[in-house]
Design a protein around this ligand. Sequence first.
Ligand code: GDP
Ligand code: IMO
Ligand code: MG
Length: 426
Amino acid sequence: MSTLVVVGSQWGDEGKGKITDYMAQEADVVVRSQGGNNAGHTITFDGNKYALRSIPSGIFNPKIKNVMANGMVINPKQMLEELKGLEERGIKDYQLFISNRAHVVMPYHQELDGAYEQFKGDKKIGTTKRGIGPCYADKANRIGIRIGDLINPESFKLVLKDTLTIKNMELKMLGLEPFDFDKIYNEYVQYGQEIKKYVCDTSLLLEEEIEKGSKVLFEGAQGVMLCLDHGSYPYVTSSSPTGASVPLNAGVAPKYINNILGICKAYTTRVGEGPFPTELDGDLAHYIRERGHEYGTVTKRPRRVGYLDCVALNYARRISGINYLALMLFDVLSGLETLKICYAYEMDGKIINTVPATLEEYQNCKPLYIEMPGWEEDITNVTSFDELPLNAQNYIRKIEELTKTEIVLFSVGPDRKQTIKLKEFF
Ligand code: GDP
Ligand code: IMO
Ligand code: MG
């Protein structure tokens, strides 16, 4: 039995796509279990760069079964466009399986996402405006539409009728235009027919694969600090990107989950609003942002950047059961004289080592730093730990010490080849 969960251990965009693609070289199955096209996972190999949104990062390997599991929210229009885009680039030979229990992101979800953000004004979340929150809200409110409904024209008609009655009342209350039943029905019933061939009970498929000894890789989206339950609420996404959510969101028993690989940038970024204790501004922020090309894959927004925050990282490790770390974008830090790592927060005169629950408390946290000397050398061509400058080696060792977790892999560039695995863990 071998499963591996790839979890974002910060605020997203840690390089989960790159590592999932890299580890997929050893996998039989790759599973996305939560989120939707709010994710943007960048993968670079053989001179090509791909930005995946809903499709799992094992799609490039014809031998891999790619699963979009029940915990996802799927925008069928976007997903079909994404597949078409891949096919146009020569990715035609793939295996894709979509859960009949996954929820469908409808156009009114996107409309409502934008409207809520506008009403919140300066308290806006800074969502990706892909309708993710409103879709998960309908799921919890039991008025969602599932993929299993979408692919059956009669069921779809019935559920859409009921749901749209409610959604149109909501839209009218907010002063927005209601949606026309026939227009949505005719468009979306067509998408249902197009994706029908991929749809099945993915929970059964995963059980079968795990039981026969296949290697299954679970590709997290977002990051633990964006978790609906454990993140910096309310500045979070609407699903749970933790390791604990994988069994529920993929329909596999918890006993099958053995290893959780936390993906972590060598610094920190955040896109969207919300607390960020180690945030930087000025020249240093600019230096890191430009070297790391820190602009959102989905929305192109400049990402906020800061020093590595080991309080948040340790919190993610604890909540998510991370037992290995992958250190990403390490090359970005070359050329900095001094590096800082946050090891604790000071809150109201007290030193704390965990992330507080309320926004008010979190906004009051001041980072406490250790300082380390940086390195000048370009490390993008390094192929082993020993080739790293001594100060870069020390940086890795310090993170391991502060998180009590082994760094099993580090990454020195976007390309698949710029990945240095330090031990076998899958
Ligand atoms: P994800 O959402 O976690 O998959 O991460 P994104 O793809 O949104 O953002 C990570 C960005 O960093 C992408 O543009 C990657 O191509 C890039 N990247 C990944 N690893 C490295 C690395 O080690 N060095 C550099 N310079 N870029 C990297
Ligand atoms: P990947 O998988 C970074 C952020 C948004 C916003 C908040 C809520 O690429 O790491 P949502 O649209 O989900 O309701 O937005 O969450 N967010 C992400 N930030 N990476 C992501 O995904 C994100 N998905 C959502 O910016 O702050
Ligand atoms: Mg991303």
